[in-house]
Design a protein around this ligand. Structure first.
Ligand code: FAD
Ligand code: UDP
Length: 364
């Protein structure tokens, strides 16, 4: 087989590159995907009860990047959706991230925004150089809120103390001395009206795009000639682990369907200190589907399994740098995405990266 462009992985990184090559350049492109579906981790599907679930955990689109938003809007309409999360602490469900309501409810107070600012300032710990995720939390909210909200959730999620994780992890969570209880600050937020899989199918809907499912690229790549390979799988696998295995954190998703219309008060409830799972998602509260039953998903983080999260520690970043040196020597292979670049990208970050890479490396 002969293709000018071959892409490994039909996640958002691979699909965005394929869509651009097929539509903008009008060139043929082959995508090789080892799973039995496209979409990568944003894949959603209807379960046996007819409820739309996110097969790889809750996905909420949010961005400040207008171009990315408009790009995706070519393939889907959006339900306006402002994500809200509650967290279960000391027997109460309180809004997450930390806002005026969170502090007032947790400590049974009635402080104003201004007073909350003072409250947090008084508790925040002076740290000369903020180097870890623990430092981030302590320097913003102090010991008690750190212990109640961040510490144990992070230990469950990553299997290590927040002290061992770089600042990027807990920095994802805003702290607000106001009454805005939305989970994300971003200007554009939404859920694809007909789901992510439909959006991905629309991206791939071009006669120039051919997709080979159920195939690890290593099984077939010798028999395919190409000018450029665009690789979105794990970097260490590409190089046969020559610099050792990179750590990725995995999650076991356990779904339950209940014979009630509603299960919980919010789309996502976090459990920092209780149970072995980190959070419960109720899909209907993300998708707005009407149904007399409801499906929930409990997330049990683990080391073994599908690689979902690159591990943000100094040690693994240094190990990845060895692969990065190799990647920089490649002439015919581009590496992109959460697995290939070993970066904790959100959906919008991956699409921004793909659009930029297309313009810089392919549409020159
Ligand atoms: P992937 O989606 O992982 O796609 C890579 C593809 O390559 C996969 O389909 C894989 O099967 C395939 N592949 C790998 N190796 C091979 C091989 N050897 N041969 C062939 N194919 C191969 N982002 C948000 O913006 N909002 C959210 O709310 C959000 N929630 C998330 C929740 C969870 C639990 C997780 C894990 C991620 C979440 N994300 C969220 C991040 C989002 O999933 C990623 O940003 C995005 O999916 C990354 O796309 P990708 O193409 O880089 O990787
Ligand atoms: N986090 C926490 N408590 C929470 C929610 C998040 O300590 O209630 C920390 C945890 O370390 C997590 C990180 O913040 O890994 C980022 O959270 P986010 O909700 O962005 O995680 P994701 O959706 O990427 O799994």
């Amino acid at each position: 087989m002969k293709f000018e462009y071959v892409i490994v992985g039909a996640g958002l990184a691979g699909l965005t590159m394929a869509e651009r090559i097929a539509n903008e350049l009008n060139k043929a492109v082959l995508i090789i995907e080892k799973r039995n579906h496209i979409g990568g981790n944003v894949f959603d599907s209807y379960n046996n009860d007819g409820i739309l679930i996110h097969n790889y955990g809750p996905h909420i689109f949010h961005t400040n990047d207008k171009e990315v938003y408009h790009y995706l809007s070519k393939f889907t309409k959006w339900n306006d959706f402002w994500h809200r999360v509650l967290t279960y602490v000391d027997g109460n469900l309180i809004p997450m991230p930390i806002t005026v309501e969170t502090v007032n409810k947790l400590y049974n107070l009635d402080l104003s925004s201004y007073e909350i600012e003072e409250f947090l300032e008084n508790r925040a710990i002076d740290i000369d150089e903020v180097k870890t995720s623990r430092d981030v939390a302590l320097s913003k909210v102090g010991h008690d809120l750190y212990e109640k909200i961040f510490k144990n959730y992070t230990i469950k999620q990553w299997g290590v103390d927040p002290m061992e994780l770089d600042t990027s992890v807990i920095s994802r969570i805003p702290i607000r001395a106001n009454r805005d209880t939305r989970y994300f600050n971003d200007k554009y937020q939404g859920m694809p009206t007909h789901g992510y899989t439909k959006m991905c199918e629309n991206m791939a809907n071009n006669k120039n795009i051919k997709i080979m499912l159920n195939t690890d690229y290593k099984e077939v790549i010798e028999h395919i000639s190409y000018k450029k390979l665009i690789y979105t799988g794990p970097a260490d696998y590409f190089y046969d682990y020559k610099h050792g295995k990179l750590a990725y954190r995995s999650i076991e998703f356990v779904n339950e369907t209940h014979n009630n219309e509603s299960y919980q008060e919010a789309p996502v409830v976090n459990y920092p200190n209780d149970y072995d799972y980190t959070r419960i998602t109720e899909f209907k509260k993300l998708t707005w589907q009407e149904h007399n039953k409801t499906t929930i998903c409990k997330e049990f983080p683990c080391d073994k399994g599908e690689p979902y999260y690159p591990f943000p520690t100094k040690e693994y970043k240094e190990q990845f740098a060895l692969y990065q040196n190799e990647i920089e020597q490649e002439k015919d292979v581009l590496f992109i995405g959460r697995l290939a670049e070993y970066r904790y990208y959100n959906m919008d970050g991956v699409i921004r990266r793909a659009l930029d890479m297309f313009n810089a490396e392919i549409n020159k």
